[in-house]
Design a protein around this ligand. Structure first.
Ligand code: NDP
Ligand code: MG
Length: 403
């Protein structure tokens, strides 16, 4: 840390300097996490070189990013959108790649140093695995990768020199609180969750809620899929599974607490009775920055805690009868095998069908449970078997009608 400047009023903002810029590939750059990541990069123009970007359908947004950051690679995964972009002029030195092969080529480029994985859903799996296979440092927002294939990811991390850094705010908080400690010192971790837009509501009152109501998250601005996951609390279920793999803890050592203010991003309770937490206003730019700087803490673009306005921090137990998705995460940790792939795929399609007006809000968790109970369980699936389980679950969800 060098001398201070005044980028944030009232904050002594030391200037962090790394000798060379990190060459960063951003998967899912047109999404909510992607755009927040580029905000962080804009704040540190000398510290990162945007080496690659990927988008799926938002071609205008992607083109604007390409014209601003002049990456070596731009990948479009949706074939129609790739055709649309191929007619557009690109800056000198930027090359267009397509589809999953394009993602793999870009992340495995020897000049790529870090990959921020922020594609939504199981579609993010291949890019994340390819980056880990190539020994890259991966900042992981795409929690579905660990839900679908946590065991495979952990095995790969043991075999090559790559690193996995959490971006999800709860897991970033836990990683921060664990710094300097080992897992045998941990009594348990407690994931916080806002409770979403329907916190405190009865099951009966949720029967007729609309996608518009479910998309109004009280504290976080996020893409539509994770916003619905936050309303059903499936997001917490996915995060429990994510925490299990990242921190190597069994179901009994992972708890969940509802915290409507979204200021405390999780707790670690140690064997000696001490509890450490990480606090900050709800803004993904902070955990993104923490991952991009691999644990260093330069002064960034994130809002500060306003201690004079902070009145209370509330905590309450989750209502696991109304929000039955929570139990599914624990079931997946206990059963492992193909269950994570099934739960994730069933949820992705159920959320899409709810957003399309085909099924009700409560149907999402009900259908996920039904598909999970009826699937052909494999205890130690290969990647191909996980992908087959994913495909099966997606089709299965279409067979279910709304109650
Ligand atoms: P968004 O929906 O905002 O963005 C998703 C990104 O993925 C977009 O760039 C989109 O491209 C791209 N994409 C969509 N479908 C495909 C596909 N089939 N193949 C390749 N790319 C695709 O999601 P978020 O940014 O909110 O979330 C991204 C990930 O981060 C998720 O896994 C989520 O769980 C996780 N996360 C998000 C948080 C948040 O605050 N938003 C917090 C913690 C984790 P396009 O837009 O061009 O179609
Ligand atoms: Mg989270």
């Amino acid at each position: 840390l060098l001398h201070s400047d005044n980028r944030s009023p009232g904050v002594d903002c030391g200037e962090f300097v790394r000798a060379t810029a990190t060459q960063l590939v951003l998967l899912g750059s047109t999404g909510s996490i992607g755009k927040s990541t580029l905000d962080v990069v804009r704040h540190f123009p000398d510290q990162f070189r945007v080496w690659g970007l990927s988008g799926h359908s938002k071609i205008e947004e992607l083109l604007a990013q390409v014209n601003e950051f002049h990456p070596r690679w731009v990948v479009v995964t949706d074939p129609k959108s790739a055709r649309d972009l191929s007619g557009q002029p690109l800056p000198d030195g930027t090359e267009l790649l397509r589809g999953e092969e394009g993602i793999i080529r870009m992340v495995q480029d020897p000049q790529t140093q870090m990959v921020l994985s922020a594609i939504v859903g199981a579609a993010g799996l291949h890019g994340t695995l390819a980056a880990l296979d190539a020994g890259k440092t991966v900042a992981l927002a795409n929690k579905e990768t660990l839900v679908v294939a946590g065991q495979l990811v952990m095995n790969r991390l043991k075999q090559q020199p790559g690193k996995l850094l959490p971006v999800d705010s709860e897991h970033s908080a836990i990683a921060q609180a664990l710094t300097g400690h080992t897992s045998d010192e941990v009594e348990r971790i407690v994931l916080t969750g806002s409770g979403g837009p329907f916190r405190g509501r009865s099951r009966e009152s949720l029967q007729g809620v609309t996608p518009e109501q479910a998309l109004k998250h009280p504290t976080w601005q996020m893409g539509p899929k994770i916003t619905i996951d936050s309303a059903t609390l499936m997001n917490k279920s996915l995060e429990i599974i994510e925490a299990h793999w990242l921190f190597g803890l069994p179901a009994e050592q992972i708890e969940l607490i509802i915290h409507p203010e979204s200021m405390v991003h999780s707790f670690v309770e140690f064997r000696d009775g001490s509890v450490l937490a990480q606090l900050s206003p709800p803004d993904m730019k902070l955990p993104i920055q923490y991952a991009l700087f691999e644990g260093k803490r330069p002064c960034g673009p994130t809002r500060r805690m306003n201690w004079s306005e902070l009145r209370q921090l509330r905590f309450e137990s989750p209502d696991r009868e109304t929000f039955e998705a929570v139990d599914l995460g624990y079931e997946v940790i206990r059963s492992q095998g193909t269950t994570g792939a099934i739960l994730n795929a069933a949820n992705e399609i159920a959320v899409a069908r709810f957003l399309g007006g085909e099924i009700s809000f409560l149907d999402i968790s009900r259908i996920c449970r039904a598909v999970l109970s009826s699937h052909h369980y494999l205890p130690q699936p290969s990647l191909e078997e996980l992908l087959a389980a994913d495909r099966w679950a997606r089709q299965e969800v279409y067979r279910w009608k709304s109650l």
